[in-house]
Design a protein around this ligand. Sequence first.
Ligand code: DGY
Length: 321
Amino acid sequence: MAAKIVVTQPVHPEALDRLRAAGHEVVALDSPRGLPADEVRKATDGADALLSQLTDRLTADVFEKTSLRIVATIATGYDNIDARAASEAGVVVTHTPDVLTDATADLAMTLMLAVARHIPESDTTVRSGTTGPFRLLHEPMGIDISGATLGIVGLGRIGEAVAQRAHFGFGMKILYTARSQHSAAEERFAAERLPLEQLLAQSDVVSLHAPLTDETRHLINRESLSLMRPNAILVNTGRGGLVSEVDLAAALQSGQIAGAGLDVFENEPDVHPDLLACGPRAVLTPHVGSATAKTRAAMTALAVDNILAVLAGDPPRNPVP
Ligand code: DGY
């Protein structure tokens, strides 16, 4: 039976074609900053499915007496969705894990290297013609990533993919924190599981891959930053809310830690002015972990698969846990 599917923001045209080809009505909205909850609620009145993105706000109100049967978010993280309220309302929520693992892990390594080797400031110096001849005592000197110790906070799919790159590609020693022990990863990467405090104290690079929940919000704050080494680099490709930006900026300004590579921010697309004031100690990218053409197309296709499955009465491939 034909269903009504609301699409909150522009997506690959092939995705809309597939939904229409299956006989469904598609209402394609164009909300470049994401839909607030009241607008989602209005837009989904009488709709069966919602194809949404991480900037849409799907609070409990959205699911009250809703006609929706499925919300498919084109993202792995779903902290913007009240999944419990959805489940209580009988709405399936799906996400797009796996397909963005490699692209996001690649960006975590990119940020780590960019901070360690001062890539943005080097680029600026070359462009401004202020480099001069080769200098043995070049300042600022880089930090060696090869052979350094990497602390991974949250050893899920992306955390493991980072461990793989770091261990096999860069000979890094791998430490991790996770709710449960990951014996296979321990064997594969000679990884050691430690409590967060010890991981922070022993790592040269700390890379965040935990989901954003009430428990993990501001996991990196003044206290946890004070445990890190002065030569340490923080990398965040997970969610901005894992880090207190004010506390991180203070730690960077005071030299408490050496640098940070951040792809995600507490109030995207805004970045706290204190962080911007840190200059090249903070390498900043605009939430582009999954932004390769192949990956973004695969995410969208997977979200469409999930919608079509649920509308056909089949189990979805990627229900959120
Ligand atoms: C996700 O999928 O959660 C990423 O943050 C966006 O690509």
